[in-house]
Write a protein that binds this ligand. Structure first.
Ligand SMILES: NC(=O)c1ccc[n+]([C@@H]2O[C@H](COP(=O)([O-])OP(=O)(O)OC[C@H]3O[C@@H](n4cnc5c(N)ncnc54)[C@H](OP(=O)(O)O)[C@@H]3O)[C@@H](O)[C@H]2O)c1
Length: 297
């Protein structure tokens, strides 16, 4: 059985559908089992309607404090979830003999690199969110030797507010929008990441440790917005004109400094699990087709 923690979030909800479609037995928890409360996590394992005493093969932790800007003012709260909470889950995984997949982020890096980050690059977060996630990574690997930490970035999907939806909305409402053109990363469809987690769960041999997964290729937020507009028009999701203007990070007011370069290398996950991410634009098209009520392939 798989315990999917944070199953109501953007990635968690996507993964719940992927696990169901794959015919795997899973049970989910979210806010009602607060990951900051170690006893609550332990109790869930035996609770009727929870783990119910069943043998646990995997825990996947999709829960997190993800409000990047707000974390600057609420670092203690972010830490209690992203670090202490993640550590609690790792302890419970260790105690119950379950293997653990824990999600992390490109924000653990400074974001001033010149080549894709590899898993062994030193972490050096610039903001509170990244700091708390980096601490969570440490606790997970300290408390649970059978754990995989999956760092990802620029997620969008059907089950949460995200950049693609925001852009489509603004492009329908405004004459022009300004989008940052000097921050580079890899847009990643939550469905692709969920498929990656499924591949790991089904793998015959597991090498534990840190892995990077995003969709393939890279672009700026501006490039991402332009692609959303082009595909949105092609698929009949956008009808009116809207000018997309490129601006610099300096021109865009944000509470926290975002990574200028947060491209992650996927060589390790390919070598260990044969996972080859699809190109981000192909996935964006599939996502928009599914948003448009068309059948997802
Ligand atoms: N979104 C991205 O672009 C992105 C990029 C890189 C990495 N990641 C990582 O990917 C993972 C999934 O992200 P996501 O975007 O799917 O996150 P999300 O949509 O914010 O979902 C997180 C879920 O965790 C729940 N949660 C928060 N605090 C909790 C607590 N104390 N106990 C139990 N559940 C709690 C949330 O409930 P509430 O909604 O009630 O708070 C929500 O349902 C996270 O580890 C995140 O750091 C995300």
């Amino acid at each position: 059985m798989i315990w999917l923690i944070g199953y109501k979030g953007m990635l968690g909800a996507e993964l719940s559908e992927v696990l169901t479609a794959a015919g795997l037995e899973w049970s989910g928890s979210d806010r009602e089992v607060d990951i900051r409360d170690l006893d609550a996590l332990r109790s869930w394992l035996v609770a009727p309607g929870g783990g119910n005493g069943r043998k646990l093969d995997w825990i996947v932790n999709c829960s997190a404090y993800t409000a990047v800007d707000r974390a600057e003012d609420e670092e203690a709260l972010a830490r209690s979830i992203n670090a202490t909470g993640a550590g609690n889950i790792a302890m419970v995984a260790n105690e119950s003999g379950a293997r653990l997949i824990h999600l992390s982020t490109d924000y653990v890096f400074r974001g001033d690199g010149t080549r894709p980050y590899v898993e062994t690059d030193p972490v050096d977060p610039a903001g509170a969110y990244g700091r708390t996630k980096a601490e969570g990574e440490n606790l997970v690997s300290n408390y649970c030797s059978r754990s995989l930490i999956l760092r990802t970035a620029w997620l969008y999907g059907r089950h949460g507010p995200n950049f693609v939806r925001t852009m489509l909305k603004l492009m329908r409402e405004r004459e022009s929008i300004s989008v940052v053109a000097d921050q580079y990363g890899s847009p990643t469809w939550a469905f692709d990441l969920a498929q990656t987690i499924l591949t790991i769960i089904k793998a015959e041999q597991i090498e534990y440790g840190i892995y990077h997964y995003t969709d393939a290729g890279q672009t700026s937020w501006f490039g991402f917005a332009v692609a959303i507009q082009a595909l949105g028009r092609e698929l009949g999701l956008l009808y009116r004109e809207c000018e997309v203007k490129a601006i610099s990070s300096e021109q865009y007011p944000a509470r926290v400094k975002r990574p200028l370069w947060s491209v992650l290398s996927k060589d390790k996950i390919d070598a260990a699990f044969g996972i080859k991410p699809p190109e981000w634009k192909e996935s964006l098209r599939k996502y928009l087709e599914s948003e448009n009520g068309m059948v997802q392939s």
